[in-house]
Design a protein around this ligand. Structure first.
Ligand SMILES: Nc1ncnc2c1ncn2[C@@H]1O[C@H](COP(=O)(O)OP(=O)(O)OP(=O)(O)O)[C@@H](O)[C@H]1O
Ligand SMILES: O=C(O)c1ccc[n+]([C@@H]2O[C@H](COP(=O)([O-])O)[C@@H](O)[C@H]2O)c1
Length: 227
């Protein structure tokens, strides 16, 4: 006697899940890379695109060229599964607005993709001053990463921008393609900043264990940030 075959509905394929972690990366350090790996795991993402800004919109000119910051990022990522050094902002003229970068990711990955823009709490505090901040939420979710060295209250303008968007879990965020806000305390919080790395290099002090070794070797071999 034959048992009837199960007639259950086959689950539709899971939409792609990816995050952008943009930055000046002047230079990339372990705070960036460890955060990217933990984002991948906590949000169950397919990939995290680390995207160096060619012309960072709200700060002065970086110490090192976009091409060299991208090279350092590539050295830092090495063969880490799920992390991608994404050069797309180097191919645009003018200020590297995140809204434009998200539009290009959305175009590439489609309307159903779960697209996350991840940023540290310090960067989040200035979000209301960014170019077309409302458009960011039309294209992506925002995930704000706690940083132990940056804790400050939100401005009224930022409060207004995020009202009604906050969700309390990765699952709630991933139920839709865009528009939500999640604050995350990742398992490893690192008080490392590029400012501190540059300062130590200029003083001739060690940066060992603040950066991947391949990045440290390149910086030292080429005298970057020395003066
Ligand atoms: N240690 C860290 N932990 C979590 N997020 C971080 C950390 N360092 C930087 N970020 C976040 O990564 C993104 C890119 O950071 P950025 O390249 O400006 O590095 P930075 O260390 O903040 O640099 P700088 O000291 O030059 O301002 C930002 O959203 C920032 O908030
Ligand atoms: O789009 C904007 O107006 C905008 C303004 C400030 C910062 N950003 C982006 O935020 C990321 C972190 O910036 P920064 O200056 O903290 O390294 C980086 O990807 C920047 O391009 C974007």
């Amino acid at each position: 006697m034959h048992l009837p075959l199960p007639t259950g509905v086959i689950d539709p394929p899971r939409p792609p899940r990816l995050a952008m972690l943009g930055g000046t990366f002047d230079p990339v350090h372990l705070g960036h890379l460890r955060s990217a790996v933990e984002l991948l795991e906590v949000l169950e993402l397919d990939r995290v695109h680390l995207i160096p800004a060619s012309v960072p919109p709200l700060r002065g000119e970086p110490r090192v060229s976009p091409e060299e910051r991208l090279l350092l990022l590539r050295l830092g990522i090495g063969d880490t599964p799920g992390l991608v050094a994404d050069p797309r902002e180097l191919h645009r003229e003018g200020p590297s607005y995140s809204a434009d970068t998200l539009a290009s990711l959305r175009k590439e990955f489609g309307v159903d993709a779960r697209l996350v823009m991840a940023l540290g709490h310090d960067a989040f505090l200035r979000l209301a001053d960014w170019h077309e901040p409302e458009r960011l939420f039309a294209m992506a979710h925002l995930v704000v990463i706690d940083r132990p060295d940056h804790e400050a209250p939100l401005s009224a303008a930022l409060d207004a921008l995020i009202t009604g968007r906050e969700v309390d879990s990765p699952d709630a965020l991933m139920a839709r393609p865009a528009g939500g806000l999640l604050r995350l305390a990742l398992p490893t919080r690192m008080a490392i900043s590029a400012t501190e790395v540059r300062r130590r290099l200029a003083e001739g002090n060690s940066v060992r264990y603040l950066l991947p070794e391949a990045v440290e070797h390149h910086l030292l071999a080429h005298g970057l940030y020395r003066y």
